[in-house]
Design a protein around this ligand. Structure first.
Ligand code: AHR
Length: 495
């Protein structure tokens, strides 16, 4: 077993891990909104104002800081006026982008804010640039946030909401290089300038405007956006999915060998290079880092489960997804000076979901457990780390065997670890330097005897968190034996 010596500097804070890095994304796609979250007030599934109680309760435990909605690609086809007013008379239409099913618009603006209130999470709305108008976007912002007399604000009141909502995060389009309009960056940069002008700041509501950013390694997009519109944006997005194989030839979520496991790890680690290079471009235009890099879509993308509508993007979730989640979160922490928000795609029943539902049943995925374990990092101060993280080779790449992140909040130090190696345990020794207190340790581990392990409706507790008894704390050093393909968190509380 390779020994890794790591030093965590308790007295060297490198930045705040913005809680919004733990954001989520819910799109009108497959069974995410309908069935996964919204069942309607008359459903037999217990619900609160139409939103299913089991899912609500589970999501509340994640302390979700923000929720992005209504898309995704759906956002640039969404016309918000179709989704307000009496539900029975809302327009029915085909969700042409995702599976060709009927969208009855029963979940609209009011229902979304209701969901955010129930989750105690901040709304992040993505507006329509691709097929909408400046007026439509402007009126949506007015509908949601204007506390005064106007036909649009009065319409909101007629629809049952007297006071405006608080809305901070607003995206001006989505993937405008692709499903959001197939635009060139120069054209979108000008459109962004135009649209964002009418995203008004009403009263004391302050909107943080997010421009549609690059796909993966499209550095030119970032360059053009920053040079032409950097001064009128607060955030610039980046989308990156971990796709073993390639876009045209995706692989199964459940059937993979150690080579494909390695490929997945390497591709998850690639987010580090992407953030570094996009940030370097942003630094040239914004050296004080005023503009945040908003990774508002990330996660695994596999083949849809056999027998399901391919447009629904339903996939299972194994220990491999747990590792992908841990790797991404560690890298976001590392770049917390520039990465101010990230949104896992997606919340329920779509891509790397934290929850899967079937009728009135619900299961937690391994990814859910990672987010639950890591939530202690939210708004904590990231601590400097250095050391040897070992070697794991596969897919023609040399990778670290372990990735580590540490943070401090209210005196408690949290150290999270991930062992990427599917076959070998990792022996990690973490020395805590610069600490003025003595500590007691307690840890939680997510591991399984098979890298394919996952939860099903028949076996919902195959992958669960357990106490990490293999972690020992003595004389300022934490010794941890991480099983192959595992994720852990150790909390050091001052005594
Ligand atoms: O998350 C699924 C889709 O992936 C989103 O709708 C789109 O923005 C991205 O291409």
């Amino acid at each position: 077993m390779t020994k890794h010596n790591v030093v965590v500097h308790a007295d060297w804070k490198v930045g705040t891990i913005n809680r919004h890095i733990y954001g989520h994304f819910a799109e009108h796609l497959g069974r995410c909104i309908y069935e996964g979250l919204w069942v309607g007030e008359d459903a037999s599934i217990p619900n609160t104002k139409g939103i299913r109680n089991d899912v609500l309760e589970a999501l509340r435990k994640l302390s979700i800081p923000n929720l992005r909605w209504p898309g995704g690609c759906f956002a640039d086809e969404y016309h918000w006026k179709d989704g307000v007013g009496p539900r029975e008379s809302r327009k029915r239409m085909i969700n042409t982008h995702w599976g060709g099913v009927v969208e009855n618009n029963h979940f609209g603006t009011h229902e979304f804010f209701q969901l955010c209130e129930l989750l105690d999470t901040e709304p992040y709305i993505c507006g329509n640039v691709g097929s909408g108008s400046v007026q439509e976007m402007s009126e949506w912002v007015e509908y949601m946030t204007f506390d005064g007399e106007s036909p649009i604000a009065n319409w909101r009141k007629e629809n049952g909401r007297e006071k405006p909502w608080k809305l901070k995060y607003f995206g001006v389009g989505n993937e405008n290089w692709g499903c959001g309009g197939n635009m060139h960056p120069e054209y979108y940069a000008d459109l962004y300038r135009n649209y964002q002008t009418y995203v008004r700041q009403f009263g004391d509501n302050r909107i943080y405007k997010i421009a549609g950013g690059a796909n993966i390694d499209d550095y030119r997009w970032t360059e053009v956006l920053m040079s032409k519109a950097g001064n009128v944006m607060d955030g610039l997005s980046l989308h990156y999915y971990t796709i073993p194989g390639c876009w045209e030839d995706k692989k199964s979520a459940l059937e993979f060998d150690e080579q494909v496991w390695a490929e997945t790890m390497a591709k998850a680690l690639h987010i580090d290079e992407l953030i570094t290079r996009h940030s370097t471009i942003m630094d040239r235009y914004d050296p004080v880092k005023r503009v945040g890099l908003i990774v508002d879509e990330w996660g695994t993308w596999f083949l849809p489960e056999p027998g399901t509508n391919p447009g629904f993007l339903l996939q299972q979730n194994t220990m491999r997804d747990a590792l992908v989640a841990a790797i991404h979160l560690h890298i976001f922490h590392k770049h917390c000076d520039r990465v101010r928000m990230a949104n896992l795609a997606q919340m329920v029943n779509v891509l790397q979901a934290v929850i899967l539902t079937e009728g009135d049943r619900m299961i937690f995925t391994p990814t859910y457990h990672v987010l639950e374990m890591f939530k202690v990092h939210q708004d904590a101060e990231a601590l400097a780390i250095h050391g040897s993280f070992g070697g794991y080779e596969g897919y023609g790449k040399k990778m670290p065997q372990v990735t580590v992140s540490a943070s401090i909040k209210e005196g408690i130090i949290s150290v999270s670890l991930a062992n990427l190696d599917p076959a070998n345990a990792a022996d990690v020794s973490i020395e805590l330097r610069g600490a003025s207190a003595s500590y007691a340790a307690s840890g939680t581990l997510l591991a399984a005897d098979d890298i394919h392990a996952h939860n099903t409706f028949e076996q919902p507790n195959r992958v669960v968190q357990r106490s990490f008894d293999e972690a020992r704390w003595s004389d300022g050093t934490l010794s941890a034996k991480l099983p192959p393909a595992s994720v852990a968190i150790v909390r050091l509380s001052p005594q």
